[in-house]
Design a protein around this ligand. Structure first.
Ligand SMILES: *Cc1c(COP(=O)(O)O)cnc(C)c1O
Length: 428
């Protein structure tokens, strides 16, 4: 397989865009390669500048649950574009999408639309801080909530000593306000609340973690967080930017039977266009301007194109038996992968839930960031490059989640499993 055109485009890109990409993971750095430049996406497939074809398991990092350029979504966008791309004024589509979201997720009485998941989480913690009149937030190592300053902080030497920034440019003054606990470790959160419970505005987490590779939650951990936050009058924020409408029609919270105070959404609700949303309890959401004093705004928030793509996507998801179908296909893939790895004796941990999965090259179970980091990233890089050569496009990092879409058919699954066998047999 040749990547000549991609390589030349990448050289050009690097002269005008830092690192040649507009979001770092796209650069293929952690697999030691150069990125492919994509020219077209159709169903489960993407095509690159050199004319190579791939079965896509990235799905734009989560939004494309229906696959690329679903005809009904494309049509909705085209129709909307013909009516004007942005008014900077209210329109009916916004209300329709908000109603669909609030109906699908019972904990969301009200919702505000924004343009990205980053904006959603950033606004949600501002609101939580205003509502509780407290400054500190608790997050978990390995969870990603976009790139706002308060989230770019990782655990320091001790749980209670405050964290360290994961990026230069994060003001030192902010560090002490973000406490980083261990995912699936309720005791670590309990300790923090015992020490500073009256200062904590909110606990924010991915109820299923998709940004350290896929890590499933311990249900008792999640119930424990609900009790702990309620007991200390802190808010519980579920970042369902990935899981929202991915695991069921609604949020993972629908399946868990846990109601957070605030929920953040993104990805799927924009049908492949830039959207985010945050919402929750009425008494909290009414604090947002112009109804309340907490400021948050957006020139293109709720724009007709993104809203139309979101509505079209949600309508298809609501109507079909799509989630059962996703479960079946991904289960088949998982089973076939497990057989390959057992037969070749290569140690891996496969985490899967519904249409999401990750293959970690490690002998241990992966249940938090620490255990995820034990995975052999060089093995993953070899695996990734072997799969790419065989026409399978996986996330270019060990610490990301693979997504199966409604457009993948059983032939794609077979082809993928066969490719895994060839690559793993060559590696073992
Ligand atoms: C992708 C993601 C975000 C950030 O969303 P953007 O649209 O990339 O800003 C936030 N939280 C989670 C859980 C995500 O997966």
């Amino acid at each position: 397989m040749k990547f000549v055109r991609s390589s030349s485009l990448f050289s050009k890109a690097r002269t005008v865009i830092p690192g040649g990409v507009n979001s770092p993971v796209r650069a293929f750095k952690s697999v030691g390669m150069e990125p492919l430049f994509i020219t077209r996406g159709q169903g489960a497939r993407i095509f690159d500048a050199d004319g190579n074809e791939f079965i896509d398991y990235v799905g734009s990092w989560g939004p494309l649950i229906l696959g690329h350029s679903h005809p009904r979504v494309v049509e909705a966008i085209q129709t909307a574009a013909g009516m004007g791309t942005s008014y900077g004024a209210p329109h009916q589509g916004e209300v329709e999408l908000a109603e669909m979201i609030c109906q699908a997720i019972p904990s969301m009485d009200m919702v505000r639309l924004v343009n990205s998941g980053t904006e959603a989480t950033m606004s949600a913690i501002r609101l939580a801080r205003a509502f509780t009149r407290r400054d500190k937030i608790v997050k978990f190592a390995g969870c990603y909530h976009g790139h706002a300053d308060s989230f770019l902080i990782q655990a320091g030497s001790g749980l209670l000593t405050g964290g360290v920034p994961t990026s230069p440019g994060v003001p030192a003054d902010l560090i002490g306000n973000t406490i980083v606990c261990r995912y699936n470790d309720l005791d670590s959160v309990r300790t923090v609340f015992e020490q500073m419970g009256t200062e904590i505005a909110a606990v924010i987490l991915e109820p299923m973690a998709g940004n350290m590779g896929l890590v499933l939650p311990d249900i008792e951990f999640l119930h424990g967080l609900r009790e702990l936050t309620a007991g200390h009058e802190a808010l519980l924020i579920f970042d369902e930017v990935i899981t929202g409408f991915r695991v069921t029609y609604g949020g993972l919270q629908n399946l868990l039977g846990i109601e957070p105070d605030l929920t953040c959404l993104g990805k799927i609700i924009g049908g492949g266009l830039p959207v985010g949303a945050y919402g929750g309890r009425c008494d909290i959401m009414r604090m947002m301007a112009p109804e309340g004093p907490v400021y948050q705004a957006g020139t293109l928030s709720g724009n007709p194109l993104a809203v139309a793509a979101g509505i079209a996507t949600l309508k298809i998801l609501e109507a079909g038996e799509l989630y059962d179908d996703l479960e079946t296909k991904t289960y088949v893939l998982e089973t076939r992968l497990r057989t390959v790895f057992e037969e070749t004796g290569l140690p891996v941990a496969i985490n899967r839930y519904g249409s999401m999965f990750s293959i970690f090259f490690t002998e241990e179970d992966v249940t938090d960031y620490e255990s995820a980091l034990k995975a052999d990233t060089r093995m993953y890089a070899r695996f990734f490059s072997g799969m790419l050569e065989r026409g399978i496009y996986l996330p270019p990092s060990q610490f990301e989640t693979c997504f199966v879409s409604a457009a993948h058919d059983i032939k794609d699954i077979d082809q993928t499993a066969d490719a895994v066998r060839q690559v793993i047999e060559a590696m073992a």
